[in-house]
Design a protein around this ligand. Structure first.
Ligand code: ADE
Ligand code: ZN
Length: 339
């Protein structure tokens, strides 16, 4: 066993990212470039001024800035460049597989066509697979602050792209917008062959996690921090091994936790929950995958074995085939033995 630092150990270990909003990877520099070429103005005078605005007290304060940022994305090339920039970054972090969210309603509401959005993103994902060796799945999220009729229309728009979209999810303002509001559209999505996930228990109560499982039939929960409020729910999540896609730096920046030392990750691992580490909206929360792994590893004093377990979990919880999962998990086990 070589004694490399935790930082190097994290940088070198193969990882999968399962909770990532592509609109949340929009770095200020690229935002200014794209705004300029689209003849649009950003309401901040410089990249630095924009970065200074990235201080949030809760999810809604973040979402207001996140939707404003996404509003400069107009053309297929903009969506391509956004996605390609993300893939290029995580390629350098040894991320081998990504399952990314996109929010079509953020764009169709501004009269950008669904086709423009998905063509740009998908073309970059194909290039990422071919040129960077990153495999992928695409997940279409419904915005939960909008009504179910809008989500149903969005699902209709997605049907011609069934082969490109593996699943549907639910994001945006959680409190007051329970999963039950979207039961019809999720049932229809399942009938059409989509897998389902949902953000639940980030700011909302543990009851929302129950609703996501029982009513939306999700096979993965995004965040899920609040599950710890309910012992019966924890038991169910552990028994069925429903994965939770945790996002430590997001939780810190949105004040879901006040300090990473208070993050429930280890408690969850001790309860045999299938937890994974992800970046959520890395351009806004100060870090991509390696920064999330390192931040939580340092705060909670994680061992290399625990870090390797989290990396293995990321593949186990993914939608790769059983044999693809097996191959990568073996690689991680070898990596742990050698480092
Ligand atoms: N959309 C982008 N990031 C999100 C988050 N952390 N929670 C809910 N919706 C989001
Ligand atoms: Zn999210």
């Amino acid at each position: 066993m070589k004694d490399i630092s935790i930082e190097k150990f994290i940088a070198g270990i193969p990882k999968a990212e399962l909770h990532l909003h592509i609109e949340g990877t929009f770095e200020p520099e690229l935002m200014f470039t794209i705004a300029h070429r689209n003849n649009l103005k950003i309401s901040y005078s410089s990249v630095d001024a924009l970065k200074k605005a990235y201080r949030f007290n809760n999810l809604q304060e973040f979402l207001d800035i996140y939707y404003a940022g996404a509003s400069v994305l107009i053309h297929e090339l903009d969506f391509y460049d956004l996605t390609w920039a993300y893939l290029s970054k995580v390629h350098l972090q040894n991320v081998k597989h990504v399952e990314i969210f996109f929010d079509p309603q953020t764009h169709t509401q501004r009269d950008i066509s669904f086709d423009v959005v998905i063509n740009g993103i998908y073309r970059a994902l194909l290039d990422g697979q071919e040129k960077l060796g990153i495999s992928f799945r695409l997940i279409m999220c419904f915005l939960r602050h909008l009504d179910e009729a809008s989500a149903l229309k969005t699902l209709d728009k997605a049907l011609p792209y069934k082969k490109w979209i593996s699943g549907v999810g639910l994001d945006s303002s959680e409190v007051g917008n329970p999963p039950s509001k979207f039961q019809k559209v999720f049932n229809k999505a399942i009938e059409e062959g989509f897998l389902t996930v949902a953000h639940a228990g980030e700011e909302g109560p543990s009851e929302y996690i129950w609703e996501a499982i029982d009513l939306l039939k999700v096979i993965r929960i995004d965040h899920g921090n609040r599950c710890l409020d309910d012992d019966i729910l924890v038991k169910k999540l552990a028994e069925v091994q429903i994965p939770l896609t945790l996002c430590p730096l997001s939780n810190l920046e949105l004040k879901v936790v006040q300090d990473l030392k208070e993050h429930p990750l280890v408690k969850m691992m001790e309860k045999n929950l299938l937890v994974t580490i992800n970046s959520d909206d890395p351009a806004y929360f100060g870090g991509y995958m390696n920064e999330n792994y390192l931040g939580i590893a340092q705060a909670l004093n994680l061992s290399k074995k625990q870090i390797a377990q989290l990396a293995k979990n990321s593949f186990k919880a993914s939608w790769l085939s059983a044999s693809e999962k097996h191959t990568t998990i073996r690689q991680i086990e070898t990596y742990l033995q050698n480092n």
